[in-house]
Design a protein around this ligand. Structure first.
Ligand code: 4AD
Ligand code: MG
Length: 430
């Protein structure tokens, strides 16, 4: 019999097939037994009908426990009432391994327990749905950039220099030198953009965030486009196009998973261009009126971001932050040199920043001055300064955080559920 996956079961109506998977649940009623089998692509109900209690299939049924691995063979039957629309009339069961005392039972468990068993928790329906959407999101992002002629450039993870400030750097030994885990591929993207015009990198990034929040991971994935000759406005529009594209794709392709998560999709359906734009100062005024204690020069805290996003029913772009609150490479606004030509995009529904980016300094002497002011070691940035010596151009880019974006798309409270194995302040296990 042919081994098939549950997601393609509709192609095998009235045929005998084989499924390989795990027991999700079981129940019995009179002369009939029901097995819920999952194979990673879906869950199907298998039925065993036998008028004699002595049936060997019934014996196997009794033996099976939650998460036991098995192969089932039988005939695919359409059944409108069944979840997924199909059932399997089981003719044979081959037990591979009996799982004894699977720790995650249908009753509810506390988060610490689940995090401790993350390697098993991934099998539960909700976690499975989130990670299916994650894979779709990543595919959508790649399709978006590849479809627009951006070249994928993989940037290094071990680096000699900081991109986003030195307080969150992870230091490691590099033979007889020091190295840091990458906080962002941006600086390297600036070099590849001068070689390829428009590029993106996509990979894991690392920040030793000392605060415990619902929005921060220590290891997270970021997609970062960089475009030579682009100005702030170009990159804001690119960010809007990207976000509209991924929202549409997820709504189209992952409806089943959004349903499992009970995600109300109406707010996502409103994610259309253009998004509202505010300057930092306008946003600050708005939230001060609502009681925020934030002062000019501070970065928005999570509650401030939530407050701002509540004024709108779409994501919002905030531009022109004080230079003093931003990284060393930010281009100053010629009209207000104390402000940066930068953008943070806040997701709707209170989810906070998903994009950070802007225009980069392209003048050599200004960049040298900033590196000094930020007390960064000049030698480590020598190659980066070369980019301003040999055909320097205005250029811009941004980074979109995958897990932040996924938290919002799935509307889940804590970022820890958006990556298979989250690295958190107090957790590196499993
Ligand atoms: O705003 P950030 O720090 O920007 C940069 O790293 C730029 N170098 C990117 C660029 O211009 N190429 O980070 C960008 C995004 C944030 O908006 C957020 O979505 C995500 O990365 N992010 C985090 N996500 C999870 N956990 C953390 N600790 C994060 N820090 C940033
Ligand atoms: Mg940021």
């Amino acid at each position: 019999m042919k081994w098939v996956y549950i997601e393609e079961i509709s192609e095998y109506q009235d045929q005998d097939i084989e499924l390989r998977g795990w027991l999700f649940n079981k129940r019995s009623g009179g002369k009939i037994r029901f097995l819920l089998v999952r194979d990673g692509t879906g869950i199907i109900q298998g039925t065993i009908f036998n008028p004699q209690e002595e049936s060997p299939l019934f014996k196997q049924f009794d033996e099976l426990t939650q998460e036991s691995s098995l192969i089932v063979r039988g005939k695919v039957k359409e059944d409108k009432r069944a979840p997924g629309g199909y059932e399997l009339e089981i003719k044979e069961i081959e037990i591979i391994q009996i799982a004894k005392d699977y720790p995650i039972t249908p009753k509810s468990h506390g988060v610490p327990f689940l995090m401790e068993h993350r390697h098993l928790w991934l099998r539960s329906q909700k976690q499975h749905a989130i990670l299916q959407i994650r894979a779709e999101l990543i595919k959508a992002i790649r399709d978006f950039f590849d479809g627009r002629g951006f070249r994928l450039m993989d940037t290094p993870i071990l680096t000699p220099s900081a991109c986003e400030g030195t307080t969150t750097l992870f230091e490691t030994e590099y033979f007889d030198q020091k190295a840091y885990l990458s906080q962002s591929g941006q600086l390297y993207n600036e070099a590849t953009a001068a070689a390829f015009g428009k590029v993106y990198c996509f990979g894991p990034t690392f920040r030793a965030e000392k605060s415990k929040t619902r929005r921060h991971l220590i290891e997270f994935w970021m997609v970062e486009p960089e475009v030579a000759f682009a100005l702030l406005d170009d990159i804001i529009k690119l960010g809007e196009d990207l976000v509209v594209f991924i929202v549409e794709r997820v709504l189209e392709e992952r409806k089943k998973e959004l349903d499992i998560l009970e995600r109300d999709t109406k707010p996502l359906e409103k994610v259309k261009k253009p998004f509202p734009r505010l300057t930092y100062e306008e946003a600050l005024q708005k939230i001060k009126k609502k009681g925020s204690k934030m002062e000019w020069g501070d970065d928005f805290g999570a509650p401030d971001e939530t407050m701002i996003s509540e004024f709108f029913d779409k994501p919002v772009n905030i531009t022109h932050f004080p230079l003093s609150a931003k990284a060393f490479y930010m281009e100053p606004d010629p009209k207000r040199p104390d402000l940066a030509l930068c953008v943070d995009m806040l997701a709707s529904e209170g989810y906070g920043e998903i994009i950070g980016g802007g225009q980069r300094i392209h003048d050599l002497s200004l960049l040298e001055k900033r590196i000094k002011e930020h007390q960064l070691p000049k030698e480590a940035y020598k190659w980066y300064l070369d980019l301003r010596k040999y055909g320097s151009t205005p250029h811009s880019g941004f980074g979109l955080g995958i897990e932040r974006t996924l938290s919002w798309l799935c509307k889940i409270k804590h970022i820890r559920e958006t990556i298979p194995f989250p690295r958190l302040l107090y957790r590196i296990y499993p």
